[in-house]
Design a protein around this ligand. Sequence first.
Ligand code: ADP
Ligand code: ZN
Length: 765
Amino acid sequence: MNSSPPLSGAAVYADVIVARPARGLDRPFTYRVPPALQPHVVAGAVVEVPFRGGSLVGYVIDLHADAPSSLAEDAIRDVLQVRSPREFWGEDLLGAAGWMQYYYGCLMVEALNAIIPEPVRAGLWRKRPARGAPARTRVVALTDNGPDPEPLLRALDGDGPQARRVLDALRRHGHLPASELLNLAHARTETIHHLRDAGLVKYRMVAPDQLSAWHDPLKGTSALGSTERPDLTPAQREAVDRILALRAQGKAAAVLLHGVTGSGKTEVYLRVLEAVTEAGGTAVVLVPEISLTPQAVHRYRTRLGEKVAVLHSGLTDAERHEQWWSLRRGGMAVALGARSCVFAPFDRPSVLVVDEEHDSSYKQDSSPRYHARQVAIRRALQGNGVVVLGSATPSLESYHWAREGRYHLLELGERVEGRPLPEVEIVDLRRFGRGRPVALGAVLRERMREALAAGGQVMLLMNRRGFSSYLMCTDCGHMERCPRCDISLTVHAAPECLRCHYCLFEKGHMAVCPGCTGVSLKYFGSGTQRVEEELLGAFPGISLARMDADTTRRPGDHLRLLEKFGRGEIQVLLGTQMIAKGHDFPGVTLVGVVLADTALNLPDFRAAERTFSLLVQVSGRAGRGARPGRVVVQTYNPDNPAVLLAARQDYKAFFDLELGHRRELSYPPFVHLVNVVFASEDEAAAQAAAHSLAAGILPEARALGAGWLGPAPCAIPRLHRKYRWHLTFKANKVQEIVPLIRKFLAAGIPAGVAVTIDADPMSML
Ligand code: ADP
Ligand code: ZN
């Protein structure tokens, strides 16, 4: 019960955020808490309140004894019911949500919704409070006597293939949770809605035991590698000691652990976690989703025991619900997971580890557009925890702040057991001239032959999926573009089609140019599928696996592939940046980068940083075992500093060079960017809205010393049928600009225009 019950009869007022996302409702509403409910209503509780003619669920964010002076006592209504047990989430999370609203410009309800996973929320939204009861899952199923789908599939045109895949998947697997169905069928929500409106599919709620769920991809795994507890190297020892010393001070602190690939950063985390949990503390460990391999999970589980909860995308709703409650009830000490695990419901975790802190998957690309690294730092500040950011290629921002003394900088300069960093050869692709470019040059083929003959494994990076990047007519220059997005369609083989990588529009191949009716359509640029074809030709009989977004649609697919590779059942693993992250496969003796240039020419100020980091990370997969590793990098830009310095694995030289550019051009970390995008089917409306924001707030922004770019059309000027304009601010402080933008938007956005605010954007296309 409440330790300090309010005086009986004394009024208590609750500030409630109602669960209806709308800019106009983005503020607390005050309700009176009836005496009977007072023991159960605390900040962080979920309640039901009367709202306009009906009732809504809401989050209590604050309690006070006085009615707000702006409201007449009889205008204040009573809280109807409590939906959550007391102390549903702790203070540091509530603080982080408030910070997200303020910093990222999202709605408070979006921030709070991000904190509580959907299945847990679903349990609270129902009429009776469901303490710990497994949530039912919303699934999509075929209707029993649905109409003939063919007319609809034809009418859907470019979306017809997606719809067909949805129906096929449901025929094969029975009902499926929507998110899994979308992944599996490579489809969009809209497509399911079309099918539902036509009476072909329906939504249903099913209990966990009726769910034809995927098996947990992390259960029953083998080939898990070593989990013994090695003696620490002196550098590791010092890092562990310094982190624990900071923890012992009981104050918030941030550490940047910069360690070359294979220097044993994970071992440092493990030792810190052992010490912290033995002392009764809790910890959050974030890794990029792709690194949640059975191997990594096994390493944490065997070292830390059953107190590790793993939150990964392969969990069913019921499992997610269960995990959340066991963390909340204090049954687990460590939460290991990807981005959203930063909201693990501990009260004031002692330590928060962000592994591969440079990874762009930590930034969410829908509202709230938070960066998990920054939220982790925020939670540490709120709860006096220690944040450990780790990477072989820290983000420019983090390394800069470490140098400036905001973070403690710890370095692991060498690989464990004196293993050498791999030797890197750069191959200049320009000398192949203008003929049809081959994916695998002579040097790379030769090195592959050597590595395979010696029994080694090979990883090949091709950071572009599909077969070719585009189809163009060499007579008239016509290029096949998406009719809904202003970008070229990517050519895919198996199944053969042209596909938009943004909206998934699909159409068949063509032999005749729609522009000039000539027959000179040619493929340009290669992707993973073409490299695969060439590999199978050059190395008949090898066991090859391709890992990209097209081969890993089901939850757990990438884990299964990596596991097979770990067991040595696959000799060559070809893939996109998915293969570059954090994996530890001692059998890999050769890494080949088929084309280093894919990211270099993107219109993004982080192009060089991305290229450098990807090349260093993927190179770091080679030579992690007893045998030394080699790397071959094929590039059209052999003199580019990002490529050259990556080949030398010289992070500091790259950092100094790149930091100089950023300073000159006023880019992060010297300023914060805030990108505001206006999207509308009516181009004039999007443009006008961008200009009205500019006219409305630029004088104030200028007075704050902020700069800006635009208003201008976005780099992808049309997406999903909507025209896009943007205005990008360069501010000293996000917290100065975002409130101006929010105030302006709260006054009203023209109908038919969607606005997104992105603070510290990771991509501005
Ligand atoms: P990083 O995360 O820095 O890339 P890992 O923590 O994965 O490196 O370590 C690389 C490999 O070295 C792993 O196989 C790990 O088990 C091993 N390792 C780590 N620390 C030590 C040590 N002190 N002595 C021997 N082996 C170690
Ligand atoms: Zn498109």
